[in-house]
Design a binder for this molecule. Structure first.
Ligand SMILES: C[C@@H](O)C(=O)SC[C@H](NC(=O)CC[C@H](N)C(=O)O)C(=O)NCC(=O)O
Length: 300
């Protein structure tokens, strides 16, 4: 009887992420020289510096960059830890992607400014979309993708996973994401799934890549996390608890406030060992009014 009751409760709980208001908020990663990164992202990628903050008591600074305000756009949160000028990016993190109408021109402009092009512009192997890859000053890769005009140029976070179907189930169940595209390229021996909350041409997606036969990657210590909004961090924590029991992963920080600031978080590991956190943030609703939502943060 008790088991039956628990099953019903879990089933009801798993409905919550489908109703929740999720969106990709920001990605956090560590850089060795904040001013160098700001110069590169503003001059080479055309991003705006949205804000900076220094936290001397904890010996770090942040810079927030992107193509629009944090209240409505996905942004990059760069962290500089005092005195640390180098990070290991690992093999699991893939890239961030920028959608542009002009990949060839953007590449030439970046090259002229001294940027490193690691993959020249041209159709993706096995497909037709024109892409290029650029390495930032810390070694993080940015894929440039040729597309029409988009409200969200910062369009992908690519992570490699060891079992794509398991990961898809995890992100669908725990975070209410949907598979918006799946591509298998047997010739190139990989499958990718784009997961998110809307069409990939309009909103940021999580691109999960499965390379045939590869189940393990290193995490490094550079890339940190992606933040996803939720209206109720406690309910989301309960959902994650259920999902991790079924699919793997675990909660690493239970839902609750961060001392001293008006932010609530929960953190968890996904089945590949990517971590998750949650917090509170300001957003604008469809009427342009500011509202407060809780935030889930995926972290590796
Ligand atoms: C448009 C969309 O299909 C892409 O851009 S996919 C990009 C493609 N991805 C991979 O190859 C993933 C597997 C790879 N082994 C990895 O782990 O990164 C890519 O990067 N293609 C490179 C190319 O030169 O076309």
């Amino acid at each position: 009887m008790a088991e039956c009751h628990a099953a019903v409760t879990d089933a009801e709980l798993l409905e919550w992420p489908k109703k929740d208001r999720h969106r990709f908020l920001h990605a956090v990663y560590r850089v060795g020289d904040l001013e160098r990164s700001i110069k590169f992202y503003t001059e080479c990628f055309g991003m705006k510096l949205l804000r900076k903050r220094d936290v001397p008591e904890e010996k770090y600074s942040n810079a927030f960059l992107g193509y629009g305000p944090e209240e409505s756009h996905f942004v990059l949160e760069l962290t500089y830890n005092y005195g640390v000028d180098k990070y290991d990016i690992g093999t699991g993190f893939g890239h961030f992607a920028i959608a542009t109408q002009h990949v060839y021109k953007m590449v030439e402009d970046i090259r002229a400014k001294g940027g490193t092009i690691t993959r020249e512009p041209g159709p993706v192997k096995g497909g037709t979309t024109v892409i290029a890859f650029v390495k930032d000053p810390d070694g993080y890769l940015f894929e440039l993708i040729q597309r029409g005009p988009t409200p969200e140029p910062l369009c992908q976070v690519m992570l490699r996973v060891g079992d794509l179907e398991r990961s898809i189930k995890f992100y669908e169940k725990a975070l209410g994401m949907k598979v918006v595209k799946k591509v298998d390229r047997p010739e190139q021996k990989y499958t990718i799934a784009m997961l998110g909350y809307g069409p990939e041409e309009e909103t940021t997606v999580l691109e999960l890549t499965y390379n045939y036969g590869v189940t393990e990657y290193t995490k490094g210590n550079g890339y940190a996390q992606v933040a996803i909004s939720t209206e109720d961090v406690y309910k989301s924590g309960e959902v994650v608890n259920v999902v991790t029991q079924e699919l793997g992963g675990k909660i690493t920080r239970p839902p609750g406030p961060i001392p001293g600031i008006n932010t609530k978080i929960v953190s968890f590991l996904d089945p590949d060992g990517w971590k998750t956190v949650s917090s509170l943030a300001l957003f604008s609703n469809n009427n342009g009014e500011s509202i407060i939502l809780a935030v889930l943060v995926l972290r590796i």
